[in-house]
Ligand binder design. Structure first.
Ligand code: NIG
Ligand code: FE
Length: 410
C-alpha cells in the first residue's frame, strides 16, 4: 500500500495500543505503552500501520523524519467553554486584590458578565472571536474538544453558541462534541423557577430540534443550581437524548457528585471539594471523575485528591475547562504538567487521563485517544527531547514541533 504520510525514526511512539479498553482506572492508569524506534503510517486521514523502524514500509507520498522526537496521539479535551465573547481580566485583577469567585459572581460579574457581552454580538462575530481560540488549542496539541454553551442564557443566545461550536468543527478539522449548559447561572431579570421552566420547556426542545447538543450540563453549586434542580434539568435533557455531565463540587461540597451518580452522568467535573463519601459513590458508578487543574490553579482552590482516587481504583480524566472566568487557558500540555506537579500523578497516569479517559467520557474512544489502527490520525510530533517524562517536567515551554490533524500536517 502507498501511504499518504509516513513518520519515521520515531524515538518513542506513545500510547500505542492494538485495541483500547473502555477506560483506564486504578493501577492500569500507570501503564502507558511506548514503542521505541518506530514508524507510523497514515492513509485517508487514519492511522493504518505502525511498527519497529526496521520494518518501515518506506513507501509514502510524504515522509517526516522524527529522529530524537516522540509521537503522541493528540490530547482530548473533554471540558471547555471555548465559545465566549470576551476575556475577563478585570475580574482577575479584582481577585488579585482579594475578591472571591463567588463575590464577583454575586455582584453581576462572572458568568452574567460573559452573558451580557455574548448577547450583544452576532453569531458571525462570536464565531470570529472563538475561532482563533480553536486554532490556538490545535497548535498546543488538542485534536478533540468538548465545547459548552452557558453564556447565552436566552433561547436564541444558547442556540447561537452551539451553532458557533458546530461551525468551529467544520472550519478547523477539530473533532467537536457539544454540551448544552443553559443551567450555568440564573439571569437577573427572572426567577430561578421561571428560568428552569425556560430551560426545560423552550431551550431543550429547540436545541434538540436542531440537533445542536450531544450532552447536557448543570452548574451544581451553592448559589447556582441545587441537587434537586440539577437532577430535574438532566432528566429533561435525557428525554431528548442529551446525556448528562455535571459541574460538580467546585466551590463547595454541594452534592454535584451525588446528582451526577443519580442521573448516570458520563462525567462529574471539577471535584475540588470532595471527600470519602463522594469517592465511595464514584467507585460504585460508571461516572468519569474529571479534574480541571487549570481552574484549581487559577482560582487558588485546593487540587482534587487525584492520586488518592487512583489508589482507590478510580479512573481520572483531565481537561482544561478553557473559559474566561476560571481557566483562561486551553493549553493541555500545561494541564498535563499541573496534574503531575500539583496532584502527583505520574507522567504516564496524567497522559492516560488526558487521552484515553477523556476520549472515553466523550464516547469517542473508538476513533481517538490512542495510536491504534483505524483511529483518526490526530498526532503530536515533539521537538527533540530526552524522554517522555521531560514533557510534563518542562512546564510552560513549547515542546511541540508539528501537529498532524486528520492525517495532514497542520
Ligand atoms: O467550569 N464553574 C462554572 N463554570 C466555569 C466558569 C465559568 C465562568 O466563570 O465564566 C467553570 O469553572
Ligand atoms: Fe467548566
Amino acid at each position: 500500500m502507498a501511504f499518504d504520510l509516513l513518520i519515521e525514526n520515531i524515538k518513542g511512539l506513545v500510547q500505542v495500543r492494538e485495541s483500547t479498553p473502555s477506560y483506564l482506572s486504578g493501577s492500569s492508569m500507570a501503564e502507558l505503552p511506548i514503542l521505541d524506534n518506530a514508524y507510523v503510517a497514515v492513509k485517508d486521514g487514519l492511522i493504518v500501520d505502525y511498527g519497529s523502524q526496521q520494518n518501515s514500509p518506506r513507501n509514502a507520498s510524504q515522509l517526516i523524519d522524527a529522529k530524537g522526537k516522540f509521537v503522541l496521539p493528540s490530547f482530548v479535551d473533554s471540558h471547555t467553554h471555548l465559545v465566549f465573547a470576551a476575556s475577563r481580566e478585570e475580574e482577575f485583577v479584582l481577585k488579585i486584590k482579594g475578591a472571591s469567585y463567588e463575590e464577583i459572581a454575586a455582584s453581576g460579574g462572572g458568568i452574567l458578565n460573559s452573558a451580557k457581552k455574548l448577547q450583544s454580538i452576532s453569531e458571525d462575530e462570536l464565531f470570529e472571536r472563538s475561532l482563533h481560540r480553536a486554532y490556538e488549542i490545535i497548535k498546543s496539541g488538542t485534536g478533540v474538544v468538548e465545547i459548552k454553551s452557558g453564556y447565552g442564557l436566552t433561547v436564541k443566545d444558547e442556540i447561537k453558541m452551539l451553532r458557533v461550536a458546530k461551525r468551529i468543527e467544520m472550519a478547523t478539522g477539530l473533532k467537536v462534541r457539544t454540551t448544552f449548559l443553559g443551567a450555568h447561572a440564573v439571569p437577573t431579570d427572572t426567577t430561578k423557577e421561571n428560568y428552569i421552566r425556560l430551560i426545560i420547556d423552550k431551550m431543550i426542545p429547540a436545541i434538540a430540534e436542531e440537533k445542536l447538543a450531544d450532552y447536557i450540563d448543570v452548574f451544581c453549586e451553592n448559589g447556582f443550581f441545587s441537587i434537586k434542580e440539577t437532577i430535574q434539568i438532566c432528566e429533561a435533557g435525557k428525554r431528548v437524548g442529551m446525556k448528562p455531565r455535571i459541574h460538580a463540587n467546585q466551590l463547595n461540597r454541594s452534592g454535584g457528585v451525588q446528582a451526577g451518580v443519580e442521573v448516570g452522568a458520563l462525567s462529574v467535573d471539577h471535584l475540588e471539594n470532595i471527600g470519602e463519601e463522594e469517592i465511595e459513590l464514584l467507585k460504585n458508578s460508571k461516572v468519569m471523575p474529571t479534574i480541571l487543574p487549570g481552574a484549581a490553579f487559577f482560582l487558588g482552590l485546593p487540587f482534587p485528591p487525584a492520586q488518592k482516587m487512583i489508589q482507590e481504583g478510580l479512573p481520572v480524566a483531565i481537561a482544561s475547562d478553557y473559559n474566561p472566568g476560571s481557566s483562561p487557558s486551553g493549553n493541555m500540555p500545561f494541564m498535563f504538567s499541573l496534574a503531575c506537579i500539583k496532584m502527583k500523578l505520574t507522567p504516564e497516569e496524567a497522559f492516560n487521563a488526558a487521552t484515553i479517559n477523556t476520549a472515553s467520557c466523550l464516547e469517542l474512544l473508538n476513533e481517538y485517544g490512542s495510536i491504534t489502527k483505524g483511529k483518526v490520525a490526530n498526532l503530536i510530533i515533539t521537538k527533540e527531547v530526552p524522554s517522555f517524562a521531560y514533557l510534563p517536567y518542562k512546564f510552560g515551554s513549547d515542546w511541540i514541533d508539528a501537529i498532524i490533524l486528520k492525517g495532514k500536517k497542520y
